[in-house]
Design a protein around this ligand. Structure first.
Ligand code: NAD
Length: 486
């Protein structure tokens, strides 16, 4: 049987590139597809097609016409739900139980929500007095920003890509998407849905490849890209900013995190354990919003550690199709090596390994997969690399604390500022602490509860800008003020 091929999608058609790279199954490390790597020629062709589409039918459509097409895109994803689910799980190894209620449905919803939102957000208007008494009226118009480069990570591939493509298209832009080299499948499949929904050629393009000296860099160095929206690692964000500096090109950056959870003694521990189980271990810990530092008030510290250990040891590791499995492998052997290097470092630094710390037992057929154990540590200081660097695996360190001021200072003592979770039944305390967290997102008694109308993004080295709701419109449109002398 010949190997599956995953192609670039440029100007409404599927195309090969300058060569091929392997896509491996994270569950067993076997190559299951060859991906067409876009060279500079293909990336430039995609940007040129996006420019033509902007001037052509897409740019001329009414908001209502575009909105109707984007609803069809969402319906198309839903109609082909099983194909998207299969593709996403094959690329990432994540459990189907997870992707079927998060990645795919939320991926589809991103098109509907932003198509509806753009219809309902007003712009500002001011009446100006003038010396002749006649006055002037100012009003602001939103224009699309143009061709948007969308560079995506591998952890929630369809969800995080559509989170940007949905609003970008709803605002009348066209896009060139560079999915992660680890997860090319759903972005490529979406091309078929775009064609079926009647999205004109060139509006949605996909170029596959890597970062430096590959599709990522070819995209960010193309002078005809008007803005770049990126989700990924902080140091990649810095490279993308640098690449756009000469063009004075706007960037939206959603970057890494080292997110704290704070559990006060008055928390409902059932809720706090359930939430921390998800925030530390869901998607095998590969969630930017995930918790890697847990601070627990001393009176409940031992109980919390014991209960989280019980929860972690009850996780069922397995392939996407395995009934009952709720934890898959990491995305690749390369990422497994990175996470295991932190597991070794924690041990070398003298951490107490509450549970995990290594590679789990798996059937022989899966022995080459990127499996790691869910892991909990205690006993390290706040200066340890385990407490400072983003690991992006199914692991957390739990530290005790004694008072509110102390824990606020410790939770904020990081170069990152993406998200935090506060667990307490005292609402005054919850609001008081929330206001002092130096993070773009604060959850109280929950985690990953998302309303797409609200601002999303990180402070400090976790990002620049906010997307979500009206904030997405701010990034994906250019405001023009029209001043009319009466
Ligand atoms: P990554 O930075 O390695 O890669 C992201 C994308 O950038 C990939 O498509 C990659 O090919 C591309 N890329 C790499 N170098 C490039 C360059 N020089 N020029 C252009 N493109 C380049 O990130 P990843 O490993 O795929 O994802 C994990 C990271 O993403 C973690 O740090 C995580 O915290 C972060 N993340 C953040 C959010 C958020 O919303 N803040 C969400 C998810 C993931």
């Amino acid at each position: 049987m010949s190997m599956a091929k995953i192609l670039n999608f440029i100007d409404g058609t599927y195309r090969e590139g300058k060569g091929w790279f392997d896509k491996r199954n994270p569950c067993n490390n076997e190559v299951f597809a060859q991906v067409a790597e876009a060279g500079k020629t293909e990336v430039d062709a995609a940007v040129a097609a996006a420019r033509r589409a902007l001037r052509g039918p897409w740019g001329k459509m009414t908001v209502a016409e575009r909105g109707a097409i984007l609803h069809k895109v969402a319906d198309g994803i839903t109609r082909r739900f099983d194909e998207f689910l299969e593709a996403e799980c094959r690329d990432t190894g994540k459990p189907k139980s997870l992707a079927s209620h998060i990645d795919i449905p939320r991926g589809a919803a991103n098109f509907k929500i932003f198509a509806d939102l753009v219809k309902n957000v007003p712009t500002e208007s001011f009446v100006l007095d003038t010396p002749d008494g006649a006055g002037a009226v100012n009003y602001a118009l939103r224009r699309p920003k143009g061709v948007i480069g969308v560079i995506c990570p591998w952890n929630l591939p369809l969800l995080l890509m559509t989170w940007k493509v949905g609003p970008a298209l709803a605002c009348g832009n066209t896009v060139v998407v560079k999915p992660s080299e680890e997860t090319p499948s759903t972005a490529a499949l979406l091309g078929e849905v775009m064609n079926e929904a009647g999205v004109p050629p060139g509006v949605y393009n996909v170029v596959h490849g890597f970062g430096p000296d590959s599709a990522g860099e070819f995209l960010t160095s193309n002078p005809d890209v008007n803005a770049v929206t990126f989700t990924g690692e902080t140091r990649t964000g810095a490279a993308i900013m640098k690449a756009g500096a000469g063009f004075i090109r706007p960037v939206s950056l959603e970057l890494g995190g080292k997110n704290p959870a704070i559990v006060f003694a008055d928390a409902d521990l059932d809720k706090a354990i359930e939430g921390t189980m998800r925030s530390a271990f869901a998607n095998c810990g590969q969630v930017c919003l995930g918790t890697e530092r847990v601070y627990v008030e001393r009176p409940v510290f031992d109980e919390f550690v014991a209960r989280l250990k019980t929860g972690a040891e009850a996780l069922v590791i397995g392939t996407p199709d395995e009934p009952g499995a709720n934890m898959g492998p990491l995305v690749s052997r390369e990422h497994q090596a990175k996470v295991l290097s932190y597991y070794e470092k924690a041990q070398a630094l003298g951490a107490t390994i509450v549970t995990g710390g290594g590679i789990p037992m798996v059937p022989a057929a899966l022995a080459e997969g990127a499996w790691v154990e869910p892991t909990i540590w205690t006993g390290l200081g706040d200066d340890s690399p385990i407490m400072r660097e983003e690991i992006f695996g199914p692991c957390c360190h739990i530290s005790p604390f004694d008072d509110e001021e102390e824990v606020i200072a410790r939770a904020n003592d990081t170069e990152y500022g993406l998200a935090c979770a506060i667990w307490t039944e005292n609402s005054s305390r919850a609001n008081r602490v929330a206001a002092r967290m130096e993070t773009g997102l604060v959850w109280v008694n929950s985690w990953f509860l998302r309303d797409l109308r609200t601002p999303f993004g990180g402070s400090k080295r976790s990002g620049i800008g906010r997307e979500g709701g009206v904030h997405s419109l701010e990034f994906y449109t250019e405001l023009s003020n029209v001043c009319v002398k009466l």
